[in-house]
Design a protein around this ligand. Structure first.
Ligand SMILES: Cc1cc2nc3c(=O)[nH]c(=O)nc-3n(C[C@H](O)[C@H](O)[C@H](O)COP(=O)(O)OP(=O)(O)OC[C@H]3O[C@@H](n4cnc5c(N)ncnc54)[C@H](O)[C@@H]3O)c2cc1C
Length: 375
């Protein structure tokens, strides 16, 4: 085994999707895992919308099936102009995109972990990790470990205190679930200059009577922007009622270059691996977890193999960073959509939702000087 790390006791810090999936993979391979979560319930507080590609849903397989709430083969992109919604263009996908009830899914996953022999401690905050001494401190005492998995999500308090990768920039993502008299047919993506060059909004039909409205922005007035967006969305609806507010932070630093050391592994948002254009994080998370699964053999972990698989993911994300920076260089999402529609573009066909691969015809148009991405 090349540069193998021998694993005895593994502690996973944070029971979000990253921590749960990592624990699942490790338990399935026969390792001893303790999972620590600061909140009292798994899956809560809720922050994610739960849109995942066909590829990601396939990775979860039967585990996710009963938590799929809706599926879409296209998104409608709308722009707010003269304070009204205007249909701009359609994003159509070769394979469906699924809306997953993450809270239910995570609760089920946690039960499976327990049945596999995993030890799950809620209401346990990890306050400090001492990498030199293989120990960590929690609100309920200290622990020793052979490997600590840092899957603390976007807060990145441990990653920051350990100086493991750069941590400074976030998008804020407020959302709300509404009861309505009739939901839209499909997901609506909303571009508006008020959301800032890096921001956009969304309306996701959960079912016929419930929608999630949310947005990402760097503005500190994200709550007001959510109210503003909801008002625009509902101006044509007869009635609506807020069921729940939720949301969270989305890390937007460049991904950590190194996710593994002698006795630690960084997983998911803690490593800032969200897709730069859409800011979805689950795709990168499962790629990282799959790399971990394939790097485990016997009782050890092949670090070189894990890092080479991780670098492939970073390359995929680098291409998307290039597109993202091109979008910002033309003034952001709103300006891009406006100039795309002015040039007559009505449909963007996406061949791969996660890798953001458009069909060749769309690619040629996006690269044309009329729209400006290629400039
Ligand atoms: C508004 C919004 C919408 C999103 N929508 C999508 C989407 O549609 N599709 C998609 O792919 N991605 C989406 N994402 C991103 C996605 O939610 C994340 O990429 C994903 O949740 C990352 O999983 P994670 O396990 O790394 O972190 P998290 O899910 O955040 O889990 C981290 C866990 O660690 C716990 N924790 C943190 N610190 C400690 C500590 N010190 N001690 C103990 N426990 C700790 C937290 O309580 C939490 O349970 C969205 C994010 C936001 C904010």
């Amino acid at each position: 085994m090349v540069s193998g790390v021998s694993l005895g006791k593994i502690i996973v810090t944070g029971a979000g999707l990253g921590g749960l999936l990592t624990s699942y993979i490790l338990l399935k391979k026969g390792f001893k895992v303790e999972l620590l979560e600061e909140h009292k319930s798994i899956g809560l507080p809720r922050h994610c919308s739960g849109l995942v590609s066909d590829y990601v849903a396939g990775f979860f397989g039967g585990l996710v099936r009963e938590h799929v709430m809706n599926r879409f083969t296209e998104y409608s992109v709308k722009m707010i102009e003269d304070s009204r919604f205007r249909e701009a263009l359609t994003l159509s996908f070769r394979k469906p995109v699924y809306l997953v009830d993450r809270v239910g899914f995570e609760k089920d996953l946690c039960e499976i972990l327990t049945s596999l022999g995993g030890e799950v401690s809620t209401k346990t905050v990890v306050t400090d990790v001492n990498i030199r001494e293989n120990s960590l401190t929690t609100s309920r005492g200290s622990r020793y470990y052979d490997l600590v998995v840092i899957s603390e999500g976007a807060t990145r308090r441990l990653v920051r205190s350990l100086n493991l990768c750069s941590v400074s920039r976030y998008l804020i993502g407020p959302q709300a679930l509404f009861f309505v008299n009739k939901s839209p047919e499909t997901v609506e993506v909303v571009v508006d200059p008020l959301l800032g060059s890096e921001g956009f909004g969304w309306v996701i039909p959960v079912d016929e009577k419930q929608v999630i409205i949310g947005l990402t922005t760097t503005s500190k007035k994200s709550g007001l922007l959510l109210k503003y967006l909801a008002k625009k969305v509902f101006s044509s609806l007869l009635s609506y009622r807020v069921k729940e507010f939720f949301g969270g932070l989305i890390p937007i630093d460049r991904p950590c270059e190194k996710i593994i050391g002698k006795n630690y592994l960084i997983v998911g948002d803690a490593a800032s691996i969200t897709k730069p254009v859409s800011r979805g994080g689950i795709y990168s998370l499962i790629e990282e977890v799959a790399a971990l699964r394939d790097s485990l053999s016997g009782d050890s972990l092949n670090q070189n193999l894990l890092m080479s698989r991780y670098r492939k993911l970073l390359n995929t994300l680098r291409i998307q960073y290039f597109i993202y920076e091109a979008i910002l260089s033309v003034g952001g999402y709103y300006k891009l959509v406006r100039s795309a529609t002015k040039s007559g573009l009505r449909e963007v066909k996406i061949l791969d939702y996660d890798k953001l691969v458009p069909d060749p015809e769309t690619l040629a148009l996006l690269a044309s000087p009329v729209i400006g991405i290629g400039r």
